[in-house]
Design a protein around this ligand. Structure first.
Ligand SMILES: Nc1ncnc2c1ncn2[C@@H]1O[C@H](COP(=O)(O)OP(=O)(O)OP(=O)(O)O)[C@@H](O)[C@H]1O
Ligand SMILES: [Mg+2]
Length: 508
């Protein structure tokens, strides 16, 4: 008996947070069923699973944003049932969500201290104290010197993430949860964030839960990985057991067959889109390329290379201020969204939350919205038609939807992304422009999307993809233009399409 008590005490002491048999449902969706996991202190715990597997739901329960239906949690050996996010924060558990919540016009220091307990001198904020304290906190936690007065909107995405990290650490966080923190970061920025996380674990003893779809990131950063599928625990691996094959098998429940598109030559094929010496002030300069019918053309480059700006210009967001874009032989002049759509162009934006979804509309309308807007007779809008469309697209892209009449925001992040893709696939555009098409999408669906893109190209659609993931471009594209500091460095084709070449031209 005494032994058992000692064992239990030992295991309680070893666990920073213990989640036991947690269940949660939304309507008829069982987001989590009897999920259990133990988070040891001073460890980075990876959390993996397909889109809709329940990762963010679990994170929201742990950080007090929503209650669970049943099950219990223990934090530092004591029962833990946070009333809300600030309750969890005051006990030392903090979370970063998929998007970075900042006030862009305020300084780094203001963003670090913002909240009910902002340091003040009588009725006004004590800026001097905040600036000095902010410098001390950066030194202590990140070993970095900064100017705390810079507006945070002028900082890179990685610097904004680090400011949020300092913010939660300054509130004595012992467990920090990062829900897909790297989606908006470039490779060197990811490295910087990871270095800081590892140092915080080793030097300050802080525990982390790290949610990601990228297997190499999960394996590099985590000490252990828990895998969820359909709201249930399906695996737990320690570092020594990590392999991409085993992880992807656990995540998808099957082995994933990744089919490389064999790059083709298109010199003889009809040119469907041509950019002639296009420039946009402060973004890119003198870019020219032509894309053929049935071709998949990639645009690679690091963050800030102009990659994203070039591709969004093809949809008029904003249009180039010099040069011309010619579609099916017609010079579009100054491109606007409606001119692009009329010319048969579909566009998937990079930032799903601000430029993609309509949060106040349901899933059916979000997917059908372009077709609805194009219909001249709005009185003939028939929701049932769109619900049928959702069913077809949900099957094609394996989107996890319980009711097409639910708000789009009830879908998991990756399923929202697939719904945005469905919006354009449904229109069968002749030119499809995709900016980061698989951001936040799970590995199984990534290979399905690659297959759909390849099939659409076979059927004669012209596809242009910009992506920060070099592997994804190599998987899908026939040719890839590599951008560097606003200029097109080279257009790689066939045998020169290698990972080494992409990195070389993107970085040198
Ligand atoms: N507020 C809500 N209302 C209805 N359903 C919801 C709500 N929040 C989540 N769900 C559903 O619960 C399931 C789990 O969603 P969750 O966001 O936890 O998935 P996830 O693993 O984080 O996926 P992703 O990798 O795509 O971010 C999904 O089917 C989702 O549609
Ligand atoms: Mg999620």
């Amino acid at each position: 008996m005494r032994h058992r008590l000692l064992d239990e005490k030992e295991s309680v002491l070893q666990s920073l947070l213990s989640v036991q048999n947690i269940s949660k449902h939304f309507g008829n969706i069982h987001a989590l069923r009897n999920v259990s996991l133990d988070i040891s202190p001073k460890k980075i715990i990876g959390l993996a699973g397909e889109n809709g597997a329940g990762k963010s739901t679990l994170v929201r329960i742990i950080c007090g944003a929503i209650p669970c239906d049943s099950g219990e949690m223990k934090y530092q050996g004591r029962p833990y049932k946070p009333h809300d996010v600030s309750d969890a924060e005051s006990l030392g558990i903090s979370v970063f969500h998929q998007e970075i919540p900042i006030c862009p016009h305020l300084s780094i220091a203001a963003n670090v201290f913002l909240g009910p307990t902002i340091p003040s001198l009588r009725i006004r904020p004590d800026w001097k104290f905040m600036n000095n304290r902010c410098i001390e906190l950066y030194k202590k936690f990140l070993d970095e010197d900064i100017d705390p007065t810079i507006p945070i909107g002028e900082c890179s995405a990685a610097e904004q993430q680090l400011a949020l990290l300092v913010r939660v650490l300054s509130r004595n966080a012992k467990l920090v949860i990062l829900d897909e923190p790297t989606t908006a970061l470039s490779a060197p920025e990811v490295e910087r964030l990871f270095d800081s996380i590892k140092r915080l674990r080793d030097e300050q003893g802080i525990g982390f839960i790290f949610v990601s779809h990228l297997l190499d990131e999960l394996m590099e950063l985590s000490d252990e990985v828990f895998v969820l599928r359909d709201g249930e625990n399906v695996g737990h691996l320690y570092k020594a057991e990590f392999s991409a094959k085993e992880l992807s098998r656990l995540i998808a429940g099957r082995s994933i067959d990744v089919q490389h598109r064999s790059a083709k030559g298109f010199a003889e094929a009809e040119i469907t889109l041509e950019a002639r010496s296009v420039s946009l002030s402060k973004s890119y300069e003198d870019i020219s390329f032509s894309v053929h019918k049935g071709e998949v053309f990639g645009i690679a480059g690091l963050q800030g290379s102009g990659r994203s700006e070039v591709i969004s210009s093809l949809f008029g967001l904003p249009p180039p201020d010099k040069g011309s874009v010619i579609i099916q032989g017609n010079d579009l002049g100054r491109i606007t969204i409606s001119k692009a759509i009329t010319a048969g162009v579909g566009y998937l934006p990079e930032d799903r939350k601000t430029k993609g979804i309509f949060p106040d509309l349901n899933i059916a309308k979000n997917i059908g919205i372009v077709s609805i807007a194009q219909s001249r007779d709005l009185t003939s809008y028939n929701e049932e038609e769109y619900i049928k469309l959702v069913d077809t697209m949900a099957g094609k892209l394996s989107i996890k939807i319980s009711n097409p009449k639910d708000y789009i925001s009830t879908l998991s992040g990756g399923n929202q992304q697939k719904a945005m893709l469905a919006r354009w696939l449904a229109l069968s555009p002749s030119i499809l422009v995709l900016n980061e098409p698989t951001r936040g999408v799970d590995i199984g669906a990534k290979s399905e999307i690659a297959k759909i893109i390849s099939d659409m190209a076979e059927a004669g659609c012209t596809i242009i993809i910009a992506s920060s993931e070099m592997e994804e471009l190599l998987l899908m594209c026939d040719r890839i233009m590599v951008m560097n500091r606003g200029r097109a460095r080279i257009i790689l084709e066939k045998e020169s399409l290698t990972r080494e070449n992409l990195f070389f031209y993107a970085m040198s």
